[in-house]
Ligand binder design. Structure first.
Ligand code: ATP
Length: 198
């Protein structure tokens, strides 16, 4: 049976960088945030968003993602309503993806908010990627051309590294990329041994 490994970490920690390294080691990776972005463009989800948030969020058929992000960031009830639309759709999509990958002994599911969403209970093991707060802030400012305040706003809406570490089976500290990649390879070795023994 496929072992489903959750890979998480705060914004700018380097989850996607580590996920890509797993991929380069031959592991299939499901990037939940990318899939959610695609799923939000499907007619079924667009209709549900229109019904809940109104047509003004759309320019023709195109969803104004920035506007929606601004609304849900400042209103937890609206965030819950959006999650109630998107999360089940991603869950269904992942279930199907898993069926298509059932011959793989190990797959990685990468998501920024595994713990916050309660999703972490669905995984065989969880890996958290950590990095010093200041490095994370600088990486995201550089990558997204955004402001320090905006990054801090996102960071403050997520769990802390300490909270994530306390519920994780493995931790990858991503300061030096090469050291983090080595740690990834060590963890994969352990996961493969555990999979064989199970
Ligand atoms: P998000 O939650 O925003 O999706 P993430 O945790 O997936 O972020 P990445 O996108 O992997 O993080 O990394 C954030 C940025 O930091 C990227 O531009 C990446 O190239 C860079 N980065 C990742 N790891 C390191 C590192 N060890 N040293 C320097 N830069 C890094």
């Amino acid at each position: 049976m496929t072992k489903i490994i959750g890979l998480t970490g705060g914004i700018g920690s380097g989850k996607t960088t580590i996920a890509n390294h797993f991929r380069s080691l031959g592991i299939s990776v499901y990037i939940a945030d990318d899939e959610a972005r695609k799923i939000m463009q499907t007619p079924e989800v667009i209709d549900a968003i229109k019904e809940t948030f109104g047509e003004t969020l759309f320019e023709g058929a195109v969803l104004k993602r920035d506007k929606l992000a601004e609304i849900v960031f400042n209103d937890s009830e609206k965030l819950q309503q959006l999650n109630a639309i998107v999360h089940p759709a991603v869950k269904r999509h992942f279930k199907q993806w898993l069926l298509e990958h059932k011959e793989f002994p190990i797959i990685i599911y990468e998501a920024a908010i595994l713990f916050e969403s309660g999703n972490y209970k669905d995984f065989d093991s969880i890996i958290s990627v950590t990095a010093p707060l200041e490095s994370r802030i600088q990486r995201v400012i550089e990558r997204d051309k955004t402001t320090r305040d905006q990054v801090l706003g996102r960071i403050n809406s997520q769990w802390t590294d300490e909270q994530r570490i306390s519920k994780s089976d493995y931790v990858i500290e991503n300061i030096d990329c090469e050291i983090a990649k080595k740690k990834t390879e060590e963890i994969l070795k352990i996961l493969r041994i555990k999979q064989k023994d199970s």
